[in-house]
Design a binder for this molecule. Sequence first.
Ligand SMILES: Cc1cc2nc3c(=O)[nH]c(=O)nc-3n(C[C@H](O)[C@H](O)[C@H](O)COP(=O)(O)OP(=O)(O)OC[C@H]3O[C@@H](n4cnc5c(N)ncnc54)[C@H](O)[C@@H]3O)c2cc1C
Ligand SMILES: *[C@@H]1O[C@H](CO)[C@@H](O)[C@H](O)[C@H]1NC(C)=O
Ligand SMILES: *[C@@H]1O[C@H](CO)[C@@H](O)[C@H](O)[C@H]1NC(C)=O
Ligand SMILES: *[C@@H]1O[C@H](CO)[C@@H](O)[C@H](O)[C@H]1NC(C)=O
Length: 532
Amino acid sequence: MTLKPIHRLLLAAAIAILQHGPLSSATSQEPLGLPPEMQCVSPNRVAIVGAGVAGSSAALWIGKAADRNGLDVEVDVYERNEYVGGRSTTVQPYDDPALEPTELGGSVFVPPNKLIWRATEEYGFEKFPFENTEDVMGVWDGTQFAVTVGGSHLYSGLLSKLKIIWRYGFNAPRRTQSAVDGMIDTILKLYHADAPRFRNISLLASELGWSNVAGQTSLDYLRTFSVDDLWSLEFVEALTRLNYGQDIDRMHALEGLVTLAANGASTVKGGNCQIFERFIRGSGATLYLNTTVTSITRESGSGPWLIRTDASEEAVPYRAVILAAPFHQTGIEFASEPPLAPVLEQPYIHLHVTLLTTTSPSANATYFNLPPGHKVPEMVLTTRNGARQGGPEPEFNSLSYLRPVRNRDLSPWKNQRGQTEWVVKIFSKQPISDEWLEMMFEGKVGWVLRKEWDAYPVLPPISEFPPVVLADGLYYANSFEPLISTLETEMISARNAVDLLMADHFGAGVCKPTSNVVTEDRDDDFVYGWDC
Ligand SMILES: Cc1cc2nc3c(=O)[nH]c(=O)nc-3n(C[C@H](O)[C@H](O)[C@H](O)COP(=O)(O)OP(=O)(O)OC[C@H]3O[C@@H](n4cnc5c(N)ncnc54)[C@H](O)[C@@H]3O)c2cc1C
Ligand SMILES: *[C@@H]1O[C@H](CO)[C@@H](O)[C@H](O)[C@H]1NC(C)=O
Ligand SMILES: *[C@@H]1O[C@H](CO)[C@@H](O)[C@H](O)[C@H]1NC(C)=O
Ligand SMILES: *[C@@H]1O[C@H](CO)[C@@H](O)[C@H](O)[C@H]1NC(C)=O
C-alpha cells in the first residue's frame, strides 16, 4: 500500500494554503452616489451587498441568467471596501508594485472546485500549482517537532514514509484518503445539471448524506474509519489548524475533510481577486465601492426592498436583494413586515496574519529546541497535542517560508545589500510582536504587514444552519459558510441564491428552465452554471 498520495496531499495542502500569487490589477474608483434618475422604482432591479467571491459571483450568475433567459435585469453591487474580493485580496512586499503580490486571505482551490477552476479557464488566468516537493514540513507541538516530512532527496522522501508508517501505522493515511474521496464524490453532485437547488441547508446536508459528518468532530469521524488517534491529533490537526485555525477535536468533520482534499491545489498568478473583478466587470452590474449599506427595509410584504447606504440620503428600491456577507458582521439594520427569519449568532475565528520578509534563511533553531544552526522546516504547522499532555500550546498556528521575494521576471530579488530575502507568512490567534519577529528571524526582518480577519466561522459539530431565504426576495449567500467556508462553496451558494431569485421573481433560473438536458450530465466536464 503506497503512502505517497496522502503524503503528497498533506504537503500540498500545507504548501498551497500558504502560497501567494502575483500582481492584481488596480480597481478603478466607481461612482459613489446614485444619480437622481436612477431612484425611480425599476421592476427588474436587484441589489447585491458585498463584493467578495459570493457577491461578485452572484453578479456573474445573474448576468448569465438574464442573457440566457432574455431578461433585462439591472444589478447594483454595494461594497464597503475600496476593492473587490473581500476575504480574497493580495498585498505586495514593501508596497512595491514591481514585486509579486502575496495572498493575504483565501489562497488556494483544487481541481474538484469546478466553478472557480472553470472561471480561470474561461478568462485565461494562469495558475500556480503547489506541489513543491523540496519543502520540508514539520509539525510543532510547542516543545518539539512531532514529525517532519518531505525534502528534495530521494532518501529524505523515503525516510518520511518510514517515519509515518512507524509513527502512525500503515492504515491511517489510506483510510483518511478514502474518507476524503467519499466527500469529493458527493460534492461533485453539486455540478450536475440536476444539482439540488436548496432553501434549507440542513435538508441539503441530509440529502447529500452529510448530516452525520457535519454533526460530529473530525476526530470522532476519523475514528469511525478506525484511523489511529495519533495520526489525527498530529497530522490531520496540523491541517485543520492551518486552514481553519481550529483543533480536530472541536471542528466538524465535513470541514475537516475539506482541509484534506488538497491535491492539485492552485492559486491564480497575480492574485485570485482578479477572477472576482472579472465576474463583476463581465456581468454588466454597476459597482459601488467604498459604499456601506446601512439599512435594508420593506414596509409591506408586496413592496420593494429599500436600501440605504452611507453615500446617499435616498433609499433605493429593489425587487430582490442578495446579502453576500456574514450577517452579523454587516452592521446593517433590517426592518420588514413580515420580519426576517432569525439568523443565529455566528462566531468567527479572529485570525492574525503576519507577512514579512527576512534575509534569515531559516527560522531560529534554538526557539524550536534544535541545535543552533540547524535548518528549521520551511513549513512549520502545529498541533495542540503537546498542550493536551500538559505542555505549552504553540504560539502560532503556522509559520511558513513561502518563496524568495521575486520581481516580475521571477529572478530572485536582492535587497540593497545584495542579499536574498524570503517572504514568510504566519497565522496566529494572538498578534505577533516586533520583538518576537526579531527573535524568530534573528534580527533580519525587512518588511512586515499585519492583517486581522474574521476569517471563517467557528465550526463545531452542527445540525442547524442559517436560512438561505431571509424573507421573500431577500437571499443570504453566506448561509453556507457554517457547513463549508471556501471560495468555491461561496460560488456554489451564490449560484443557488441566484437560481432561487430567478425562479421566485422572473420565472427563470441560472439556466433556461428547459435546458437541463440529462444526457449532458454524463460529460465529466459539464459544470452546472457554466454549461447549463
Ligand atoms: C487568511 C484566510 C485564508 C483562507 N484560505 C482559504 C483558502 O486557501 N481557500 C479557500 O477556498 N478559502 C480560504 N479562506 C476562506 C475564503 O476566503 C472565504 O470563504 C471567502 O473568501 C468568503 O467569501 P464571501 O464573498 O462569502 O465573503 P467576504 O469575502 O467576506 O465578502 C463579504 C463582503 O461584504 C462586504 N460588506 C460587509 N458588510 C457590508 C455592508 N454593510 N455594506 C457593503 N458591503 C459590506 C465586505 O466588505 C466584504 O467585501 C481563507 C480565509 C482567510 C481569511
Ligand atoms: C471612501 O469613503 C470615505 C468616507 O466615506 C472617504 O473618506 C474616502 O476618501 C473614500 N475613499 C476613496 C478611495 O474614495
Ligand atoms: C533564538 O531564540 C532563542 C530562544 O527563543 C533566543 O534566546 C535567541 O536570542 C534567539 N536568537 C537570536 C539571534 O535572536
Ligand atoms: C430546515 O428544515 C428543518 C427540517 O424541516 C427545520 O427544522 C429547520 O428549522 C429549517 N431551517 C431553516 C433555517 O428554515
